[in-house]
Design a protein around this ligand. Sequence first.
Ligand code: SF4
Length: 377
Amino acid sequence: MTGNTMDAEEILRLKVRLLTEGATLSQDVYAGRKGGAGPVGGRYFILPNGRSVGIPIRTGAQQKIFNSATLVPTDDPTIWLYDDSIEMKVVPKPRFYDLKTSDGISYSQIALLHGDRTLATTVYQSCRYWSHGTQCKFCTIPLSQRSGATMIEKVPDHVAEVVIAAEKEGLIDDVLLTTGTPESEDMGIESLIQVIEAIRKVSEIPIGVQFEPPVDRETIRDIANAGANAVGMHIESADEAIREEMCPGKHQYGPLDLYKRSWQYALDYFEKGHVSTFILHGLGEDTKKTLSLVGELSEVGVMPIVAPIRPSLGSQLANYEPTYAGQLDESVEFYKEVGKILFQHGLNPKGTVAGCHRCGGCTPIQEAYDWAASISS
Ligand code: SF4
C-alpha cells in the first residue's frame, strides 16, 4: 500500500496503531539486529504520508499483550513490510555516525538523528530524581550513559561539531536539546545555554530546548536570547493523581501552577506553537482531563504533544500494560478529539520550526491535525 491509497483517517489510524501496538520482528531478524543499527537499535521509519515514526519493537509476552503485527525486511533493503501489507521506508543510518571528534569521541555518542530530520542530544544524561529514588517511572535517562552509548555531560563545542557535520550531509532541519535535572538550582539551563551559544556560533539552524520549568521569567528570556527557537516544559499528565504516581519527584517539585506560569512566560519570548508540553496517554489517566488541558493550552498557543506511553526496558514501567492496549478504536477516537482542538486553534505542528512535535516520531498529533483539516474542507 502506498501513500496515494491512504486517506488522512487511514494514516492517523496507522500511526496510532504503530505507536501503541508496536511491531514484532521474526526471531532471526531480531537476533541479527539486536544491539545493531537496525530497527531494534532505535531506527525510524517513514510512513506513507512522508512523516517519521519510531516503532516500538515488541517480542514474547509483550507482543501478545500489545497485539503487535509483524515488520519484515523485503528484498529492497530500504523498505520493510508492516502487517504483510504496508510498505515502510527505513530512515538510513547517517554517515556522520562514523565520524569522531579530534579527541576520539564518536559523533553518535554526542547526538543522534530523531525521526528523519531532527538532531537530538541529551546535554546532561542523569537526573536528580534518580538519586532521590523518585524518578519518573517511565524514565531511562541514566541507562545509555551507564552502557557506554553516551557520556554524562556533552561538551558544547562537540555538539556544534556534530551539527555542522549533519548539516553538511543535508540531513537535518532542526536541533533538539534536552536534559535531565541536575541538583543545581539552575535546573541544567546554564549548560543548555552554553550548547545553544556554541551552535549559534556555527549555524542558524532552529533549536528546540526542553527542561523542567524554572520559576523566573529572566531564565526563559536568557534561553531565548541565547538563540533558542522553541522550548518544551513537560507536565507529562493532565491528571494530577497520575502525575503524582508516575513522576513523584517532578510532581513534588513542580505544581501545575508553576508549569502554567512558566508556559505563559515562555509565550512572551517564543512564538505560538513553539512552547510545548508532553502529555502522555495510556497511564490510566482520565482522558477528559487530558482533553480539557489540551483545549486550555491550545487556546493560548502552547503545543500539547500528546503521545502514547512507551514502556521501556530498564524503566519501572518495563512490564506495564498501558490502558490503551487492546483499545485501538478508542485511541483513534481520542486522537481525533486532540486533532480537532489543534485544528480549531490553528496549531499545526508542521508550522513550527523546532521542538519534539517537529520530529513527530513518538506522537500522532500531526496526523490528528491533518485528519481534522481533511474533514473541515
Ligand atoms: S525529570 Fe523524570 S523523565 Fe526527566 S530525566 Fe528526570 S526522572 Fe527522567
